[in-house]
Design a protein around this ligand. Structure first.
Ligand code: ADE
Ligand code: ZN
Length: 337
């Protein structure tokens, strides 16, 4: 008889791959639509939820961008972040590095200031209210032009005190990282940290290209890096963190079932892998839900879960607050399942 998997709900963890727009729950979408006088093309939150049956990244992104139409005001963005923090506090999250997609809002006439100030309003008091430290990472849409990314970065300059880094997301296949090298160089000049989605649907070569051309310090997803053993050796040697999103990979059909997920192989290879939720409203689970689902489906034990939690803090951009990182790591070590 197999014993119950360890309970990782309250295991202290950092979430490093989380799109704030992907936390928009169906009920919240309806509430915001009503507040903003928008009629959604679904009869109810339940009907909307039934549409979360994705065939690939593209089919998800279509709904993800469409539903953002309900986000219009600073209050909307603040409420969105607030709901995420409240949920995450119940999931053992102690530190969150949060992605946002400014171009998905500015293209609809919502200013970047509205987005950042709205998110910032909730994040400013996150520590006092939820015990969660936060960072913001501005993502460029790779299926829009590098020139537009550069304009977006320029428009964010008045808000740099709120931004820790830049990322690259949206449709990956056919959109390699290389063309974004100039905007990443500019981001580095501005003192921003650099990450990029790579190896989610795109090939292992995009992972190497993100390292070589963009100078990224972490790879978001990186699952397909496993197809290239030399690249895996490099990622291990250079201690490049991977922000893996297991439930996302299943829902977007990168892997058939969670039991097929290569997370254990990643850990065995010595990769600095972390577990994250990506777009939790759409993919069926927040941070701890991903830990728990992996523990069940992959048979992860206490030591592997603790390693994943340690990795999350080691991979975080807490270099500006090493005391805090040490405190979080000590919390992980002291945790009893
Ligand atoms: N934007 C939001 N979620 C994403 C994902 N999983 N991949 C690429 N871009 C995204
Ligand atoms: Zn993502």
């Amino acid at each position: 008889m197999s014993s119950a998997p360890p309970d990782a709900r309250h295991l202290p963890k950092a979430e490093l791959h989380l799109h704030i727009e992907g936390t928009l729950e169906p009920g919240t979408a309806f509430a915001l639509a009503e507040r903003n006088g928008i009629t959604l093309p679904y009869s109810s939150p339940e009907e909307l939820h039934r549409r979360y049956d994705f065939t690939d990244l593209g089919s998800f992104l279509e709904l993800y961008y469409a539903l953002m139409d309900v986000l219009r005001t600073e209050q909307d963005f603040s409420d969105l972040a607030e709901a995420y923090l409240e949920r995450s506090a119940e999931q053992g999250v102690r530190h969150a590095e949060i992605f946002f997609d400014p171009q998905a809002h500015t293209s609809r006439g919502v200013s970047i200031g509205t987005v950042i100030e709205g998110l910032g309003r909730a994040l400013d008091t996150s520590e006092e209210r939820y015990g969660i430290s936060t960072r913001l990472i501005l993502c460029f849409l790779r299926d829009s032009s590098p020139a537009e990314a550069a304009e977006t970065l320029a428009s964010a300059e008045p808000y740099l005190h709120r931004i820790t880094g830049v990322g690259l997301d949206s449709a990956e296949a056919g959109h390699p990282p290389g063309p974004f090298r100039d905007v990443y160089r500019r981001a580095a000049e501005l003192g921003l940290r650099r990450v990029a989605h790579a190896g989610e649907e795109g090939p292992a070569a995009y992972v190497a290209e993100a390292l070589d051309e963009l100078g990224v310090e972490r790879i978001d997803h990186g699952r397909r890096a496993l197809e290239d053993p030399a690249l895996v050796r490099r990622l291990v040697e250079e201690r490049v963190p991977l922000t893996v999103c297991p439930l996302s990979n299943v829902r977007l059909r990168g892997v058939d079932t969670l039991a097929d997920h290569p997370l254990p192989q990643m850990l065995d290879a010595g990769l600095l892998a972390t577990v994250n939720s990506d777009d939790p409203s759409y993919f069926g689970g927040y941070a701890a839900d991903n830990f728990t689902a992996c523990a069940e489906a992959l048979g992860l034990g206490e030591e592997q879960l603790r390693l994943l939690a340690r990795n999350s803090f080691l991979a975080s951009f807490l270099d500006d607050d090493e005391e805090r990182r040490a405190r979080y790591l000590a919390e992980v070590d002291a945790f009893r399942f």
